[in-house]
Structure formats: C-alpha cells, structure tokens
Design a protein around this ligand. Structure first.
Ligand SMILES: C[S@@+](CC[C@H](N)C(=O)[O-])C[C@H]1O[C@@H](n2cnc3c(N)ncnc32)[C@H](O)[C@@H]1O
Length: 342
C-alpha cells in the first residue's frame, strides 16, 4: 500500500471483503498459527486511530503527555540541530499533534511528509494541519513503512513529485532531512525488527537525523494501569481489530466472547496485549474456519520498554550515531537525536 493522498475516501471500497489484502493474509496466517499472533499495525483503521487518540488523553496513559512535555521544553534546541529549511518526515504520524511543537520552533521548514498506514485518518489530520499552517508544504503519504514504499522526490527548486525514496536523495542534498518517530511506536517492533526499521530510516534520511521517542523501563504498576485503563478505552482499541475484520473481511468474531488482556513480560521488558477467548469457539474468515480454546489468545501488540543505552545500541546497529537524549524529570520517557549514516 502506498498512495499520495489526493482522492476523497470511498467507503464502498472498504466495505467489500478483500481476501488478498495484507490484513486478510496476515490475519489468516495469525489464526492458523500456534501461538496466534498479528502485527499491531492492523489496529489502525479510522476507528482504531480515533480510539488511539482517546487513549492519549487518558489519565493513566503517561507516554503522550510526557513526550509532549519533553518536546515543549526542548523544541528550540531540537530545531537548532535541524537548521533552517529542514524537511521533516514523520513515521506513523497519527493525529499530527506532536509535530506542531517542532514546526513552531523550526526555522522555515521546507516540507513536512507525514507517513501513515491509516489513510482516511491521515487525510483528516492533514486537512486540519494545513488549515493552521497554510504556507507549509505538506505531502502526506499513505504507506506501510515496514514494506517497500516511495516518497515524493525533491526537485532542485524545493518542489516535490512522486518517485522513489532511494532515487530522490543522492542528487539533492540541499537541506537536512529529519525523521520523526514519536509515541514509542519503535517499541511495537521486536529488537530485530527495530534494527530493520532503523536501516530503512537510514536510507530515507541519508546523512540527516532521526528524532525517536522511546518509553523507558519503569515500575510495572504504572505500565499495567496505562495499558488496562479504568474506562476500558484500551480494551475497545484492542477489540477493534476484531470489529475491523468483521467490517472489512466479513469475519464473524463475536466480540463479547473475547477479553482484553495486557501484562508486563518482565524478562522480555515488554507489555504484551492479547485478545483472550472466553470460551471454546470457532471463527470464520474468508471461507476458512479457525478454532480457539477457552483461554487461548490472539497476541495483538508488544510495547517494548527501553533503557537509554539499549535504544541507542539498536540504532547503532543500523549505523546511526547517538546524539543528545532528553527525558522528563521522572525518567518515564526518552527522546533521542540520532545522526543518520550517509
Ligand atoms: C502508537 S501510534 C502513534 C501516533 C503518533 N505518532 C503519536 O506519537 O501519538 C502509531 C501510529 O503509527 C501508524 N502506524 C503503525 N504501524 C504503521 C506502519 N507499519 N506503517 C505506517 N504507519 C503505521 C498508526 O496508524 C498510528 O498512527
């Protein structure tokens, strides 16, 4: 999937089951696997993106407000590292809330390229941003950054056209290209996948820099509260994966028969989210039938927690050179400046 946003949404397209879509293929593989496990990127259709924004406002969910606080405090210093006329590429841009703090501090940003898998939601978010920043060149890209994707190509005059990411860089190194990857989305990857992400980012950013938000290891009590909130919003977010499969793929998940489960796996230093089957049951998807035992789970998300040195070590495996790191006073969250290899 990769599209530069230009056409209005078409609900009819989304409502017809597509057994060959990446979501269908990965969910079929997950349900047929042992243990059952699927990548968290499939949480994010429009409903999932809206639920994630509600999570960000929850009192228990410290990461968003903590990262916003770090950004607010250090935006001038970060903008100085970027220099004038930098291009900002955001991976997993979501509601585009955090980037406003950077844009406000940057000196004449040349362009902003938000990338997200959740296309309709990205389109809405970009419309709101563009209304507030009418002079900023905003080039949204609907893509899965774990697969091959393309970015608009830089032209000499600073304008863009659609072309290959890799081709685009060599010829035009006029200003710094900075990647932004907030929200500790890096923690959704296994360590090996995180290194793969850093390698991909290094290709996109050649010689630029990456600003990454990473959640830090802490008291598991704080983590448990953050991922099993009292209002049940995280549970709804988790269960939306099944609603989405029903809506898009014609599956027949009975949501009442699955429970949200989130816990800290201390040896692996990660929160795990699962959907636990309350009963023994069968589920139909794309003409196939799958069984769940009572208590069996579909593993839907990992959220790894890091030490500052641990995150830097992963980036260094992909050739990045660690720069400044900013944290909050309680050391709940960290924001890393990483210099990309040429
Ligand atoms: C944890 S949310 C973070 C949102 C926002 N950046 C923030 O910091 O609040 C992850 C975001 O990344 C997007 N995303 C997740 N996996 C993705 C993928 N493989 N490719 C592109 N976008 C992805 C989701 O749609 C969502 O907007």
């Amino acid at each position: 999937m990769n599209a530069i946003l230009s056409t209005p949404r078409d609900p009819a397209v989304r409502s017809s089951p597509d057994a060959a879509s990446p979501f269908a293929l990965d969910l079929l593989a997950a349900l047929g696997g042992q243990p059952k496990s699927i990548a968290p990127k499939y949480f994010y259709d429009e409903a999932g993106s809206r639920l994630f924004d509600q999570i960000c406002d929850l009192p228990e969910y410290y990461p968003t407000r903590t990262e916003l606080g770090i950004l607010r405090r250090h935006a001038p210093e970060i903008a100085a590292l970027m220099g004038p006329q930098a291009e900002l590429v955001e991976f997993g841009a979501g509601s585009l809330t955090k980037v406003r703090l950077l844009l406000d501090a940057m000196q004449s940003p040349k362009a902003y390229l938000p990338i997200d898998i959740s296309g309709d939601y990205l389109a809405d978010s970009v419309r709101a941003l563009q209304a507030q920043y009418p002079r900023l060149q905003v080039l949204p890209v609907v893509a899965d950054y774990t697969r091959v994707f393309t970015l608009p190509t830089r032209q000499r005059q600073g304008h863009f056209e659609d072309s290959s990411v890799i081709e685009s860089e060599a010829a035009h190194a006029q200003s710094m290209r900075v990647g932004f990857f907030p929200g500790s989305t890096i923690g959704n990857f296994t360590p090996a996948e995180a290194v793969d992400f850093f390698r991909m980012a290094a290709k996109v950013l050649q010689g630029g820099a990456l600003l990454v938000g990473a959640d830090l290891i802490k008291d598991p009590g704080i983590l448990h509260a953050a991922y099993s909130d009292a209002a049940g919003v995280t549970a709804a977010f988790n269960l939306n994966l099944l609603s989405r499969a029903n809506r898009e793929l014609g599956a027949n998940f009975d949501l009442a028969q699955f429970a949200h489960s989130a816990f800290y796996n201390a040896p692996l230093q990660r929160i795990e989210m699962h959907l636990m089957s309350r009963v023994r049951q069968q589920v139909a998807l794309c003409g196939q039938s799958f069984s769940f035992e009572e208590g069996e789970t579909l593993h839907t998300e990992n959220s790894y927690k890091f030490t500052v040195d641990g995150l830097r070590a992963l980036a260094m495996q992909a050739g990045f050179t660690p720069g400044p790191v900013w944290t909050d006073a309680q050391r709940l969250f960290s924001l890393h400046w990483l210099v990309a290899p040429m």
